[in-house]
Design a protein. Structure first.
Length: 606
């Protein structure tokens, strides 16, 4: 990349003609442009060093006169090249000014990165100037001319740089001011437009209401005018009709060729022209008076409307309040968006038609169901009627059977009466009684019975014996109040509890409650109970006695070691404990191993 292209890129970058970009991208491109400019200057310095080295070698190899001539020629060429390179290149001061303007444009966001760059550029400028001056002092003899030439070059470059910087700054200021003016104008125009729209929306309803009322007023005025015109036309028609009647009468009388006296007599009862004009003038004056009154009434109504409009406008809130109120209101776009989300008329109509179809379908289905139910009801009524008929026929048969039985009983009674006649009489009875034992025999038998009773136990002894037996039975019942259950097959439940299969014994079902397939035994009465259980298993499970859902006792295999027997599980894990249980207690056994084992469980109330 050439030096002019790098300087042009840096100038366009610092002038701000391109569009605004990210600060990191601007810093990166700025530093790349600076590096390219510095690299081009370094190349120029290397070429100048090589030329100076060649001049020094030529000066050392030839004599003094020749070297002076060569040095002057080389000095001229060097001056031309330096002048050419200075025209193409950018001075350090110009570069610093452009970098400073760029830093001001980005509002000093990269001061921590540009300060080291400025210091490095200043150091580089000083080093370059020192090296050039040292080289020139070593090589050239005409030092004053070179200094004057260098000063003139610096003045020219600083002047051109100042002009360029001033132009760029002026252009930037113009752009900034124009952009700010445009932004302010746009903001003011937008705010004014927003205020006008808000004011328009605020008074739009009132204008609509007034616009609605104005046609009513105009319509009323037009109706009044039409009524007045109709009245005038009616009166005109009436007058024309009267005139036509008068003309017809005159013509009829003229046709009849009446006498003048008759005409005068006839016309005496009629109105003359002056009276007609007077009445016509009075009618016109009345109409004009009515028109004036209507006009005044209309003016008063208009003035009242103006006053009312003024009061309405006075009652309205100020523009700022309206702006605040409408700022809190919903926007038309939001309303349109919300309405777009809602169901439109066509969709609603489709939904209504679908609902009507479904309703009609349901009504038809309901009618069919009602028809079917009516048919079923008729069938049930028919069946009930048939059943009632059958029951009536059966009851008739039963009544007939009862009648037959009653008739049979009558026959039996008649037979019994006939048999009673054939029985023995009093005489036969007396003879039969004579053969029986008398009172003495009965008394002797009773005395013997009393003697035998005296040898037996009395009622007191019997009651005492009964009491002893009842107490003994209660004691035996208390000792024999027990229940026994067996776990013969199956595994523990999901809760690791034993589900008892068979109830072997239950002497008191009112105390021990157990349902088939249940894993718990419910005890109604509180008190002391003896618990005995034995579990036949191949393992050493942990067995817990759970009372009312809480573990009360844990049993292991015990100290006694079980020995395997050829007959199988001859011995098991046995439990024999006493429990003081509360009322309505439930007992459950928890088994820690999921296996098919067997067990028996005995519970006795003490």
């Amino acid at each position: 990349m050439s030096t002019t292209a790098a300087v042009a890129g840096l100038t366009t970058l610092l002038s701000g003609d391109v569009e605004w970009r990210n600060i990191q991208l601007i810093i990166k491109t700025t530093l790349d442009a600076v590096v390219k400019v510095l690299s081009s200057h370094a190349v120029l310095l290397e070429t100048m060093d090589s030329r100076l080295d060649r001049l020094q070698e030529a000066y050392l190899s030839t004599n003094k006169n020749e070297s002076m001539g060569v040095s002057r020629q080389e000095f001229g060429e060097l001056q031309m090249e330096i002048h050419k390179y200075h025209k193409k290149s950018v001075s350090i001061n110009d570069l610093d000014a452009r970098i400073a303007s760029a830093m001001e444009q980005i509002k000093r966001r990269v001061d921590h990165t540009t300060m080291p760059l400025k210091d490095a550029l200043n150091d580089l400028q000083e080093n370059l100037t020192k090296q050039v001056i040292d080289r020139v002092q070593e090589v050239f003899v005409t030092k004053d001319e070179f200094d004057t030439f260098r000063q003139s070059l610096k003045d020219n470059m600083t002047y051109t740089a100042k002009e360029v910087v001033a132009k760029s700054i002026a252009g930037l200021e113009k752009k900034i001011t124009s952009s700010t003016e445009l932004n302010t104008k746009d903001r003011i125009r937008k705010s004014q437009l927003r205020d006008l729209l808000q004011f328009k929306s605020s008074i739009e309803e009132e204008v609509h209401s007034l616009a609605k009322r104005i046609p009513e007023i105009i319509h009323a005025q037009a109706a009044w005018q039409t009524d007045v015109k109709k009245e005038m036309l009616r009166q005109k028609a009436h007058i024309d009709e009267s005139l036509s009647k008068l003309a017809t009468d005159c013509q009829a009388q003229l046709r009849q060729k009446a006498m003048a006296s008759d005409v005068q007599l006839v016309l005496s009862s009629k109105a003359d022209r002056g009276e007609w004009e007077k009445s016509h003038r009075q009618d016109i004056e009345l109409l004009e008076a009515r028109l004036a009154e209507q006009h005044e009434a209309m003016n008063r109504a208009v003035s009242l409307l103006k006053v009312e409009f003024g009061r309405i406008l006075e009652r309205k809130c100020s523009k700022s309040d309206v702006v605040k109120i409408f700022a809190r209101k919903v926007n038309l776009e939001d309303v349109q968006a919300w309405l777009a989300e809602k169901v439109n008329h066509s969709e609603l109509r489709d939904i209504c038609t679908e609902l009507l179809d479904t309703a009609n379908r349901q009504v038809s289905e309901f009618q069919t169901e009602i028809h079917e139910e009516l048919q079923c009801f008729e069938k049930n009524v028919d069946t009930r009627i048939n059943e009632a008929r059958g029951q009536l026929s059966e009851s008739m048969h039963a009544l007939q059977n009862q009648f037959h039985t009653i008739s049979g009983w009558k026959v039996l009674l008649e037979e019994m009466q006939s048999q009673m006649i054939t029985k023995m009489g009093i005489k036969d009875t007396c003879t039969l009684l004579d053969t029986k034992c008398n009172i003495t025999d009965v008394n002797e038998a009773l005395s013997n019975i009393q003697q035998n009773i005296a040898t037996k136990t009395d009622e007191v002894d019997y009651k005492a014996l009964v009491d002893d037996l009842s107490s003994l039975r209660q004691q035996m019942r208390g000792e024999l109040c027990l229940g026994r259950w067996i776990w013969k097959h199956g595994r523990p439940t999901e809760q690791q509890t034993i589900q008892w299969n068979i109830q072997i014994l239950n002497t008191s079902p009112d105390i021990f409650h157990w349902e088939k397939g249940s894993d718990s035994i419910a005890l109604e009465l509180p008190g002391l109970y003896q618990l005995q259980a034995c579990f036949f298993t191949d393992y050493n499970p942990t067995i817990q006695v759970v009372v009312n859902g809480e573990p009360a006792l844990t049993a292991h295999s015990g100290e006694a070691k079980r020995v395997r027997h050829s007959a199988g599980n001859v011995t098991g894990i046995s439990i024999c404990e006493f429990l003081a249980l509360p009322p309505h207690a439930t007992i459950t056994f928890s088994y820690s191993i999921d296996e098919r084992a067997q067990a028996c469980f005995t519970l006795r109330k003490l």
